[in-house]
Design a protein. Structure first.
Length: 463
């Protein structure tokens, strides 16, 4: 069965009127009925993690690749399969309460905003959206629909990042003067491709038209786009910045309570209309907050092998920067926060020896208040929690999550502003967030959004 865009939008509009109160009015002791858009890779782990909550129950699985259902069915048998998420939404109607969206970046926003218009709660993978404009629309729609939302940067709820946030906000290194974040990723090997690859036959069981979704039409290319190498391609992914920016910059945003930047500037190499750049350094300037020194604070990103000056970290002799992470430069010292690692404070002669995660966790479990001076002691340590369970709990209890779209929207906007800046290397783009304008470079505003394929347009958030 194929649903036309007109009939789908009509059905979704009716659903928006009929369904918003259903989930919020239901017995909160009942299970949360969830559907999944994308069931393999990250989709599989999203399903498994959500399903481990005692109140979560999956009632629909959707994937454009029929070969991907076999694996998930072994763990969750009996769930109805769909190829088109629109058919799943309209077919189940009020038979589901929430959705996980685990697709390539270009197909995050449309199912997410459609679900919210139907009054459904949404867990959407990072980066929240493919463009700045989409991130703004999802934030606005979430507020309008009053649904529980969560972006899938799972480390937000982990002990490592939560402890780092505690250290910054408790003033251990004083007011923050600047932040430098980096990741070594150099793409999936396609970052230097300036033309579309050779086409080939679409594999049996794959709906290439549905995979393309909002993106402009192009031929299928074997082992290039589906199932994973889409991240490097401008039409489908968001490059290294989109892949890791919402992870590494998350504790920066949370700890410093950042919002919209006032400017962004990139020094990038290799950007072209087909693929994202191979290397970039991006600097945002944000208004100062209660946790920063001065009226503004710079945050700088490095990838593709670029790194900040290691001397900024005040590391002891023989120690190097972590493979990926951030350094927060404060008035009293430096915090280095690895990507999925416990924070470390420097210089050690001031803060004491940094404990490794195992030692710290062991002392916390034993309630062993250390007598020796350590950089992170039990007063600073915060245990982690399940990012997925936090979302299901929020649906069941009616409270907000800390990584909801009101927070994740502005974070994603900043990340995607970095990608816009990478197309104008060497140019500082002044950012008027309220009006979504670049006053000094209006031609860059075209990259705040994208052209949607006919029949797959994303309609702006309800007002």
């Amino acid at each position: 069965m194929t649903i036309s865009r007109r009939n789908f939008l009509r059905t979704a509009a009716l659903a928006t009127l009929a369904f918003p109160a259903i989930v919020r009015a239901r017995n909160l002791n009942s299970q949360v009925q969830i559907v999944a858009v994308g069931v393999d890779g990250k989709g599989e782990s999203d399903i498994n993690e959500c399903a481990s909550h005692p109140k979560a129950h999956f009632v629909g699985f959707c994937d454009i690749d029929a070969g991907r259902f076999a694996k998930i069915d072994k763990k969750h048998p009996g769930v109805t399969h769909y190829t088109d998420w629109r058919e799943m939404f309209t077919g189940l109607g009020d038979g589901f309460d929430a959705v996980t969206v685990s697709t390539p970046d270009h197909m995050h926003a449309l199912p997410a905003i459609t679900a919210m218009r139907m009054g459904k709660h949404v867990y959407c993978q990072k980066p929240l959206t493919h463009t700045v404009w989409e991130a703004r629309q999802l934030r606005l729609q979430a507020a309008k629909s009053k649904v529980r939302t969560q972006m899938g940067n799972q480390i937000h709820s982990a002990k490592e990042y939560r402890t780092g946030v505690r250290l910054i906000q408790s003033g251990r290194i004083g007011k923050v003067l600047a932040v430098h974040s980096w990741h070594p990723n150099m793409g999936n090997g396609f970052t230097k491709r300036t033309t579309a690859p050779a086409s080939g036959p679409v594999p049996a069981g794959v709906s290439w038209d549905l995979w393309l979704g909002t993106a402009k039409a192009r031929d299928y290319a074997p082992a290039v786009y589906h199932p994973f190498n889409w991240r490097d391609w401008v039409d489908f992914g968001s490059g290294t910045m989109g892949d890791f920016g919402c992870h590494l910059l998350d504790p920066v945003f949370t700890a410093l309570k950042l919002g919209a930047p006032i400017s962004v500037k990139a020094d990038s190499v290799g950007a072209n209309p087909q693929t994202w750049c191979a290397q970039q350094t991006i600097e945002w300037v944000f208004p100062g907050t209660e946790y920063t020194k001065g009226n503004t604070v710079p945050v700088t990103w490095y990838d593709g092998g670029r790194l900040p000056d290691a001397t900024l970290a005040l590391l002891p002799a023989g120690k190097t920067l972590v493979k990926g992470g951030s350094i927060f430069i404060g008035e009293l010292g430096v915090m280095m926060l690895p990507h999925v690692g416990m924070p470390q404070l420097f210089p050690e002669e001031k803060f004491g020896k940094n404990l490794n995660p195992g030692d710290l966790a062991r002392r916390a479990r034993a309630k062993d208040k250390p007598t020796d001076k350590v950089a992170v002691d039990l007063a600073d340590f915060i245990e982690g929690s399940s990012h997925y369970h936090a979302w299901v709990d929020a649906i069941a209890d009616g409270h907000e999550t800390t990584d909801n779209f009101a927070y994740a929207g502005p974070l994603t906007e900043a990340v995607q502003l970095g990608n816009v800046a990478s197309r104008f290397s060497g140019v500082k783009l002044d950012w008027d967030a309220a009006n979504m304008k670049f006053p000094n470079k209006p031609e860059a505003e075209a990259l705040l959004t994208k052209q949607y394929r006919k029949g797959w347009e994303l309609i702006a958030a309800d007002r």
